[in-house]
Design a protein. Sequence first.
Length: 217
Amino acid sequence: MKKYIPISLLASALVLAGCMSTTMSSADADKRTAEVVKTSFQSKGIAKVERLQQDEANRLCSAADVAGKPLDSATAAAIEAAQLKTIQWPTDGKFLGDWKKGEKIAASGKGLTWKDKAGGENGGNCYNCHQIDKAQVSYGTLGPSLYNYGKLRGVSDPSSPASKAIVEYTWGKLWNARAYNACSNMPRAGHNGILDQAQIQHVMALLLDPKSPVNAN
């Protein structure tokens, strides 16, 4: 999602938190800082202030980041178990769509800004974090390369029983990455309504269809 917070605002919030830390507990300072940030925003178009509200997984992962240490294994496992239950599997039983449409979705970063219309089609913005095919010369490296994603995992026929585990894992990862990595930075595309079922099916095809440029070369 595209949420941009002015550096000056964050700096002010951090300074405020620093000043308060000498007179109140860390928890109270965090609460006050969150209030300052929240009251500094206003809803505009489809971009609502509710986006600032963290769910439990985000809250726990943010707290771990602030503390400078990873989540303990029990908490991480609990988050993953809870997130796994949110995954919605394809209602028509089909995991793969059209890889050509998936390629366009992966390359698009549009959607979810205050200037966009409600119900409009969002992009996946996948290239922002991943290399996806060999022809792409500009891509992010926050996430691993997805080039030859299906081929490297032995998926020559996505409909075969042998490929079932990889196909389902890939769907789950796209729908809600935190089901497999508690504090994953990957957007929860399905869970948060960034992409709908058909769009995820198309991105699945991009990653797993042997004819896709991801796997064909």
